[in-house]
Design a binder for this molecule. Structure first.
Ligand code: HEM
Ligand SMILES: *[C@@H]1O[C@H](CO)[C@@H](O)[C@H](O)[C@H]1NC(C)=O
Ligand SMILES: *[C@@H]1O[C@H](CO)[C@@H](O)[C@H](O)[C@H]1NC(C)=O
Ligand SMILES: *[C@@H]1O[C@H](CO)[C@@H](O)[C@H](O)[C@H]1NC(C)=O
Ligand SMILES: *[C@@H]1O[C@H](CO)[C@@H](O)[C@H](O)[C@H]1NC(C)=O
Ligand SMILES: *[C@@H]1O[C@H](CO)[C@@H](O)[C@H](O)[C@H]1NC(C)=O
Length: 332
């Protein structure tokens, strides 16, 4: 009796220690901080910013390219720069779900400049997150602080990208893919439509929506008929490579116009249109465009920025996990 009591007290103590250390490890895995490099590489953020600004100057498309790159990095293996690894035909970046990604050379350039100033300090994953912020703040999204301290992953395999959100996914599937990453339905609307207020899509992603939508209908009935004729003219059957704006009304301005497009049948890609298929996501859209709502026009941008920070936290590696890659396209 006495013996077994003692034993169970010891067992309990052990369990407590295990719980506490598990908790501590959990914390250290999730902890990013604003200004992580302020002592070790004070110029880190300004070096990234200047490379991004130069790239946008060369071609304004670089802004949307760098924003999309961060999303695709975060949704596979967390925001760990795994998208940048070029380890052959089966590399993650070659996955069908990542088709059309660009911007790798901009990240490589920033890394090169950083290595010259503070060798082995700034992760590629952080460069991607900072570059996305600098890209959108060039488009008048209010500057937001990016918590840093991500470390780079060592795994890249295209099979890991099988669960990327896809243009032809149903709203149920889109919601569940975001939920799996710890993002809410509100984040889905803010991030998806917010990002697509700029940038372009290849006609490739419209083929099914325009010509092969379902058994019942060759094109998506959610498309306004006048707009359908326009889309078909811009993306004829079999045209895969021409690019058209995701928000044709205000294509290079970051604004809430895309929410009106989605509500009114003027969404360009199907996944944007699907946000209007579901009461919970529809309600989020309405809340930003209904002037009687408590949310103002300004809050769309601010809330987008907040959701970006949240996305930037997905599955991050910190502490002794991962590494600081020397070259972003290969593990050390
Ligand atoms: C909701 C799920 C999403 C789906 C299904 C989706 C799908 C797509 C597709 C098919 C394209 C066209 C790609 C091309 O032709 O190059 C695209 C473009 C883009 N996406 Fe998304 N996306 C989603 C969410 C996001 C999120 C969360 C972000 C960033 C926060 C984002 C950022 C972008 C940007 C900036 C572009 C334009 C790229 C360019 O101009 O080259 N997307 N998206
Ligand atoms: C983005 O900027 C880089 C310069 O850093 C440039 O080489 C590249 O061509 C630009 N991307 C596009 C799509 O023009
Ligand atoms: C990638 O994943 C596939 C399927 O899980 C596996 O067969 C393959 O060996 C992996 N490749 C690498 C390079 O790890
Ligand atoms: C049309 O869609 C169906 C079902 O999604 C698919 O199996 C088929 O390959 C598509 N056809 C073309 C021509 O893309
Ligand atoms: C297609 O048509 C069938 C029968 O007319 C109907 O039961 C079904 O719900 C329709 N599907 C879609 C996706 O509209
Ligand atoms: C969605 O909202 C409409 C209108 O408010 C309502 O009639 C419908 O039942 C709702 N659908 C679901 C699945 O909650």
């Amino acid at each position: 009796m006495h013996r077994s009591l003692e034993l169970s007290a010891r067992t309990m103590a052990l369990v407590l220690v295990l719980i506490m250390s598990y908790h501590l490890i959990g914390m250290s895995q999730a902890q990013l901080q604003v200004g992580f490099y302020s002592q070790t590489c004070p110029e880190a953020e300004s070096i990234v910013r200047s490379v991004v600004q130069d790239a946008i100057h060369v071609n304004p498309r670089n802004a949307s390219i760098l924003l999309r790159l961060h999303f695709h990095d975060c949704f596979v293996e967390g925001c760990d720069g795994s998208i940048l690894i070029d380890n052959g035909a089966n590399a993650e970046r070659n996955a069908p779900g990542h088709v059309g990604l660009e911007g790798f050379e901009v990240i490589a350039k920033a890394k090169e400049n950083l290595e010259r100033v503070c060798k082995g300090v700034v992760s590629c994953a952080d460069i991607v997150a900072l570059a996305a912020r600098d890209a959108v703040s060039s488009l008048k999204v209010p500057f937001y602080e990016v918590p840093t301290g991500r470390r780079d992953g060592r795994i890249s395999n295209m099979s890991l990208a099988a669960n990327m959100p896809e243009a032809d996914d149903s709203i149920q599937l889109l919601k569940s893919k975001f939920t799996q990453k710890g993002l809410s339905h509100e984040d889905l609307v803010l991030l998806g439509s917010g990002a697509h207020t700029i940038g372009t899509t290849a006609c490739f992603f419209l083929q099914n929506r325009l010509y092969n939508f379902s058994k019942n209908s060759s094109s998506d009935p959610a498309i306004n008929p006048r707009f359908l004729r326009k889309l078909k003219a811009m993306c004829p059957p079999g045209n895969l490579n021409d690019r058209i704006p995701l928000d044709p009304v205000t294509k290079s301005e970051f604004d809430d116009q895309i929410l009106r497009n989605i509500r009114d049948g003027f969404a360009v890609i199907a996944s944007d249109a699907r946000l209007n298929d579901d009461n919970s996501t529809k309600k989020v859209i309405e809340s930003y465009i209904n002037h009687a709502s408590v949310r103002s026009r300004q809050s769309f941008k601010a809330d987008f920025a907040e959701a970006m920070v949240k996305m930037g936290n997905i599955g991050v590696k910190t502490g002794s996990n991962g590494e600081i890659r020397r070259v972003c396209s290969t593990v050390n």
